[in-house]
Design a protein around this ligand. Sequence first.
Ligand SMILES: NC(=O)c1ccc[n+]([C@@H]2O[C@H](COP(=O)([O-])OP(=O)(O)OC[C@H]3O[C@@H](n4cnc5c(N)ncnc54)[C@H](O)[C@@H]3O)[C@@H](O)[C@H]2O)c1
Length: 251
Amino acid sequence: MFSGRVAVVTGSAQGLGKVFSGVLLERGSKVCISDVNQSELEKTYKEFKSKYAENVISQQCDVTDSEQLKEVFRKTKDTYGQLDLVVNNAGIVNEKNWQQCIDVNLNGTIRGTMLGMEYMRKDKGGKGGLILNMSSLAGIFPVNYTPAYAASKHGVIGYTRSWSMHPDVVNNGVRLVCLCPAFVDTDMIKMDDDSKFVGTDLAQQVIEKFGIMSTDHIIPVFVNAIEDEENNGSVISITLKGANKIPLPMP
Ligand SMILES: NC(=O)c1ccc[n+]([C@@H]2O[C@H](COP(=O)([O-])OP(=O)(O)OC[C@H]3O[C@@H](n4cnc5c(N)ncnc54)[C@H](O)[C@@H]3O)[C@@H](O)[C@H]2O)c1
């Protein structure tokens, strides 16, 4: 399932993207790591390269820049000859610069999803594959201290679910899945920058209520989404209590 498969992971210099890339490499996949943060990307690349040699490549990429993202896909296909998995993981919280928040989280995911379909659809020369989009519990529930972040993550769910129901995509072997974790122990939830939240105190109260998961808590759900080839269109919430598929609300 993992051995010899080829993946692109955005925002993978640190946090969940780095963890996901490590999980794939450990299991024998080939991974193109990419991030807007060049220095952190370089460090992560060196770390992975020493363990996984030719199975990892790296390409700096800001997901708000279509040309840079296209280059990630081009380089991956040129190097490894195929593409099987796209993890649209790059994300930020920034309520002051809400335009950037939407552009990275939602538009970046749309760009990566479109490229993923272009490279993996069987009618376009691919072999089928999985597009795994990072949403959040903030994509399912309203969040009063991050309205723009919540909007971006709601958008990721709507976009992902919509394509997963398109016959041209389903019939050409591409599946799409959304992961929606609650708070995970990464830099994203650090209270280090007052542009992140509209009310750090509100954020702190909710974090205390839900608790913080380790990145390890997300790994089995990530692995299962890849292994379960019947899984298309699911939106999976992940909290300290476990993982659940969120049913599609029908009118
Ligand atoms: N940590 C959480 O509590 C949590 C919860 C739910 C969902 N998520 C989602 O998980 C994903 C990963 O977040 P994380 O928690 O690992 O955060 P993180 O801040 O540790 O990592 C995010 C990575 O994305 C990169 N990035 C930011 N802007 C980018 C851009 N324009 N182009 C390319 N890369 C960019 C950053 O440099 C960083 O390496 C995000 O989509 C986030 O919204 C996180």
